[in-house]
Design a protein around this ligand. Structure first.
Ligand code: SAH
Ligand code: SF4
Length: 385
């Protein structure tokens, strides 16, 4: 695919490093209530401020016009309404937009919007880098720097809304930014608390008001956390399966050595709604000669039969130095046919934003840190064995 001419940089004001005022973005409603009460504001102010931030999208207390000027001034003395800074915006020939965002400490992530005719999915990152090292994923070559805060997760969606001018919150049917997929950089279930706080903010009806049916969380297979996603968020679940034997999955998605396929699928079968109306999406990157045989397709059908599942076949997206190739078109179609004949929907996804490295598994930022204690802490938190 041809490369675009470089897009103009769109620099926004960076978050203020030395500013000690707390950011109101990313607080749960209860946290916001407590903070404002501690500052001596009346209890109903929290609802007003919430609506200004998440329904109207204001970035400054001065815009909160139903709050007395004096109170607004006090609010801005005490608090910030802060989003990440946009370092760069790139636009693909297919309309996909990618933002490189920078946080107050200088770390960066990428966020992508994938527009369709009358809707669009914003692909959000949960970590700077990733502790996991899936061998076909570009993000996996970037050691984890840190988890994102709830503010940094929800801030990504707010930036997308700013960019499309989608404030105040429009009615559901007219939204360009209609869906969120937690499919950017990082493993969301290794940063569950912050991701959950952010998604609860996004789902709040007095704010961004995105229905849980329009949110999909993708995991590489952090088995002990899957039930919690159902309990706490009940959003759509996607699972990065990519192989039908433990032998192959161990090499593609190394977390499989900790939680192998049988345990993963058992957790999926118990996911709320998985046995009736709601289907779990299984992502399957098509890798030439690795996981794309007829026998693999038949085994996929056998494995997923007990689960209310659908399959997304993702043509492998190349990145510099990647050790894999995408399966041929014929191979992918034959594979899809077998899975379809087995009774499972298995569309071959059209890659989006490949020319700007914005497609699945291509995201990466320059922020680097060596693996170490912090990584082990994150993993130990969910490792119940
Ligand atoms: N860490 C989570 C969320 C990332 S979602 C997870 O792994 O599920 C990104 C999706 O793209 C995952 O299904 C991932 O396995 C897939 N992917 C990664 N690299 C890819 C590549 N090069 N081509 C196609 N899909 C890829
Ligand atoms: Fe991390 Fe997901 Fe990439 Fe694996 S596929 S390295 S879990 S972002």
């Amino acid at each position: 695919m041809s490369l675009l001419t470089p897009q103009p940089l769109q620099i926004t004001e960076p978050p203020r490093r030395n500013d000690t005022r707390p950011n109101l973005v990313g607080l749960s409603r209860d946290q916001l209530k407590t903070l404002l009460a501690e500052a001596g504001l009346e209890p109903f102010r929290a609802r007003q401020v919430w609506q200004w931030i998440y329904w109207h999208g204001v970035t400054d207390f001065a815009g909160m016009t139903n709050i007395a000027k004096k109170t607004r001034e006090r609010l801005s003395e005490l608090f910030l309404i802060e989003r990440p800074a946009i370092v760069a915006e790139q636009r693909s020939v297919d309309g996909t937009r990618k933002w490189l965002l920078r946080f107050a400490d200088g770390n960066e992530v990428e966020t992508v919007n994938i527009p369709e005719d009358d809707r669009g999915s914003v692909c959000i990152s949960s970590q700077v880098g990733c502790t996991l090292t899936c061998s076909f994923c570009h993000t996996g070559t970037q050691p984890l720097v840190r988890n994102l805060s709830a503010a940094e997760v929800v801030g990504q969606f707010m930036i997308a809304r700013d960019s499309y001018g989608e404030w105040p919150t429009p009615i559901e049917t007219t939204r360009m930014l209609s869906n969120i997929v937690m499919m950017g950089m990082g493993e969301p279930l290794y940063n569950f608390d912050n991701v959950a706080t952010a998604l609860r903010i996004v789902m709040d009806e007095q704010g961004i008001a995105l229905s849980r049916r329009r949110i999909t969380l993708s995991t590489s297979g952090v088995v002990p956390m899957i039930a919690k996603v159902g309990e706490v968020l009940d959003v759509n679940l996607a699972v990065s399966l990519h192989a039908v034997s433990d032998e192959v999955r161990d090499t593609l998605v190394p977390i499989n050595r900790k939680w192998p396929i049988a345990e993963l699928l058992a957790a999926c079968a118990d996911y709320p709604g998985a046995r009736n109306s709601r289907r779990i999406t299984f992502e399957y990157a098509m890798l030439r000669g690795v996981n794309d045989s007829d026998a693999d397709a038949r085994e996929l059908v056998r494995l997923l039969k007990p689960i209310h599942a659908k399959v997304n076949l993702i043509p492998f997206n190349p990145w510099p130095g990647a050790p894999y190739e995408c399966s041929s078109n014929n191979r992918m179609h034959r594979f899809a046919e077998i899975v379809n004949e087995g009774g499972l929907s298995a569309p071959i996804r059209t890659p989006r934003g490949r020319d700007i490295l914005a497609a699945c598994g291509q995201l990466k930022s320059e922020s680097l840190r060596r693996r170490g204690e912090r990584v082990r802490d994150l993993e130990a938190k969910v490792d119940t064995r």
